[in-house]
Design a protein around this ligand. Sequence first.
Ligand code: ZN
Ligand code: ZN
Ligand code: FE
Length: 753
Amino acid sequence: MTETNILRLRVSICGAVQGVGFRPFIYRLAHELNLAGWVLNSSGGVLIEVEGERKQLNKFLLRIEKDKPQNAFIQSLEPAFLDQVGYKKFEIRESIIGEKSVLILPDIATCPECIKEIFDPQNRRYLYPFTNCTHCGPRYSIIEALPYDRPNTTMKNFTMCQNCEAEYNNPQDRRFHAQPNACSECGPYLRLWDAQGQVTATRQQALEKTVQAIKAGQIVAVKGLGGFHLMVDALDQDAISRLRLRKHRESKPLALMYPSLVDIYNDCELTPLQERLLNSAEAPIVMVRRKEECSLPNNIAPHNPYLGVMVPYTPLHHLLLQQLGSPVVATSANLSNETICIDEQEALRCLAGIADIFLIHNRPITRHADDSIVRIFSGREIVMRRARGYAPLPITLTAPVKNTVLAVGGHLKNTIAIGRGRNVFVSPHIGDLDAARTFDTFVRTIDDFKDLYEFDFKNAVCDLHPAYRSTQFVKSLDFPVLQVQHHYAHILSCMAENELAAPVLGVSWDGTGYGPDKTVWGGEFLKINDKGFERFMHLREFHLPGGTSAVREPRRIAARILYELFGDELFDMHKLLCLQAFSEAELKNLRVVLEKKINSPVTSSMGRLFDAVSSLLGIRNIIQFEGQAAMELEFAIKDASTEDIFSIDIKDGIIDGHLVLKEILGDIEKSVNTKIIAAKFHNTLAQIIVEVAKEAKIEKVVLSGGCFQNKYLTEHAIDRLRKAGFKPYWHQRVPPNDGGISLGQIISAQRDG
Ligand code: ZN
Ligand code: ZN
Ligand code: FE
């Protein structure tokens, strides 16, 4: 097992990058940085592959955008780090004129030239909030049908004025064939509604009144690109509390929109890679570390060292934030986990009692696209929520799919996907299918993809779980359906984007997934072979006392595992914080549930083990949002720097998590600092991965599932695996959480269908 420092970087770029000297520029840049590989034009844009050391590759990536030719404009840039193939020199390859491109571009953040225009009093688009050009503006959210021409967009009802028409028809103009082209004479405009939907102001005045309202602490629903935001002044603690109260969102972190990058510097630490992402055409929410001296109210992201930040990505946002001069909270306008609102009548209904006023406009949104969320793990970006700016650009496979397939994904963080040719089109994040509105969006997205891609599927793929609404839906259709095990799908999705073939060892860790043995899986080691998978090892099982209430109450899981270790003695361990979290009456009740195993399904879930430890350490006993207990356990590590681990016991394919809990108890009794215990717990899990890899004797180790949204765990697993001579792989463009399930299902249909 050899460790190589040479990686291959693939970069897919869409935009005005053809016929502007882009390929010669890449050629020169690659030579300057001593990278081998190639560049070529394809129907979907420019494709680049270069090989070299990671540091050089990162430099290459940053310099593409910094030093690109003057007339080149990038609308989308997605990197993927892959295994090297051994290029010897750099060359410009012949163009691929493949299948006529069915690429639908995502919405693109406002370009620098358009920004200049809206702030230039001499320009005819001065302060016009719907300014755009061929380089920027809405795409996915306004397209009703293909081809992408104005009559097929929601701009069809706006007739261009003479000036706009002249730009549209002039090949020398930046707005030549810019489909959403508009100005204040002829295009969409703003309106301000009160809570009853009565117009209180229009156009410029609507914007000014909105600024005043936010400064006065009001909650404003703002219609943006792919849906509505709820906005409040990020410096106003009371306004944020009010928003949380009305939205029933007690403590889940809220995203921020800053006027500019410079303003983010005041509050947060930024790396060059994070800067690149914030400034990119995708303009996602980027998770960044808040500075010690950051003075923002704590209720934006309680108990959280990170902030989710973005910069304005539409002219409307630019104008609003510039006039405000300080950041706003900008959170999706919905009830928790529902689809984001896209229509003003719908918003008025759904946000009644939440928003004080509504800043709306008359350019309809065809389909929703939430803000995407990106983090940096091990010096590389990882998309945690793939939506605006990214979806529906395809994930390209190494081989074409055998037949056109529809994959309907999981249940939480649902996405759907279709496979066609070598492309898999994954939908933007849809949400949790429990809510009726979200389920409607799910069905609508399937119909929508069918129409947009003129896609006639013959087969469908879904999760193995019989109770998932996605499973039930697809089974009600008249198609052959393949059901795919959840954790297997996680690993396949990660293999696909890393272009890996079997054999690999899949480490699939998350909260829950249906196992073929009808138990709840979640701490799985899967050997992936050419045919399918083998459950090689898994976390020692335990009961979930009270089923779903155990998921809400980590204290129940802690109590259960301790009960399995100590029996009735547990109830004499009065010092335990997880027990102190129960009232007398609750304890009595719990005792019966534990003894008789009432409503206590068996699970091997790693997510639940995180919950148990979080409660045992007194960090989180009852959660307010999914993943909270595990998240806060990770954050509890703070600045602890220890490589110590607890004992590891692996026997007969079972990893003993109970033993880890027992040792944690020992540390607690010795009054070891919580941050040290939290670090040791994470280190132990990372080392467990190494130990299992050694037993499996498989070089390639693939990390997927919701647990790998944990930065500390992922980075330490990567480090330990590398040091032990293994090759770790993790996610890049597709989320490790259930947003990636639909991609994995498509792959399964190729292997197993
Ligand atoms: Zn522009
Ligand atoms: Zn006009
Ligand atoms: Fe999962």
